[in-house]
Design a protein around this ligand. Structure first.
Ligand code: 6PG
Length: 244
């Protein structure tokens, strides 16, 4: 069993009754982080998760009033399928959000996964090299405790000396060939939020709470992790959480 990061992040819990209420509250939080970054540093960078959970959130962010020209979009991971394949994480985000706002095309830093996992990982490591800290890292949580494309029983992306981006070849969640940012790179952020909704995620949430050796526990930013859940995903831990 791979040894996951011995250090554990401080976890802060945010629970709302439904996925829609979680999305609305998290969108407000992201909007606030963007305002602060734009005021303090003149730009805002966010790493976006793939998967279906963030769909409501992306739909709400599309309606945000902000200076889109100063936003920079990165991706936590990507599937190695052609650019316009609907299974691509960037394709989902573009269709729900980015294609409908005035964000600069050159500020959407897609993972070139169509190049194949190794070449894309090398290219993306270069692309993120100049970013000391992301402003926000948004991550999902798989039922097996994976996050981005860092899966159990594959410790390559969670070791402290892992490269910023890595090729993933035998992902248990199809497509099997992917590119993922490493746990360390994903943790290099001013804010890390992990989003999970639905009862199917309650076991992984409990594992995270109990500091089990799951890949999501290898995300250990110095600022801690804000975990955003609906009541169903929080069911197994709700009684142990501090009052909201
Ligand atoms: C991916 C995602 C992956 C996702 C989790 C949760 O490429 O599939 O990056 O890490 O966030 O698997 O997926 P759902 O939100 O669809 O449950």
């Amino acid at each position: 069993m791979a040894q996951y990061a011995l250090r554990r992040a401080e976890l802060r819990w945010h629970v709302r009754a439904t996925p829609g209420l979680v999305a609305a509250a998290l969108a407000e939080e992201i909007a606030s982080q963007a305002r602060q970054a734009l005021e303090r540093r003149g730009s805002y960078s966010i790493v976006l998760s793939g998967g279906s959970t963030p769909r409501p959130l992306y739909g709400i962010l599309r309606g945000l009033t902000t200076d889109w020209a100063r936003w920079h979009i990165y991706f936590s991971d990507e599937r190695c399928v052609p650019r316009d394949d609907p299974r691509r994480n960037d394709a989902l985000v573009r269709s729900l959000w980015l294609d409908h706002v005035d964000i600069r095309k050159q500020h959407i830093h897609s993972i070139p996964a169509e190049l194949g996992a190794e070449a894309a990982a090398a290219a993306y490591a270069q692309a993120v090299h100049s970013v000391d800290l992301f402003d926000t890292t948004l991550l999902g949580l798989g039922e097996d405790g994976h996050t981005a494309s860092l899966f159990p029983n594959d410790g390559r992306g969670i070791e402290p000396d892992a490269p910023d981006a890595l090729a993933v070849r035998q992902a248990p969640k199809p497509p099997r060939e992917r590119v993922s940012l490493s746990a360390g790179r994903l943790s290099s952020s001013r804010s890390v939020v992990m989003l999970a909704t639905g009862e199917g995620k309650s076991g992984a949430v409990a594992a995270l709470y109990d500091k089990a050796a799951i890949p999501a526990a290898a995300i250990v930013p110095s600022v801690g992790v804000d975990v955003w859940l609906d009541s169903a995903a929080a069911a197994a831990v709700r009684a142990r959480l501090p009052a909201d």
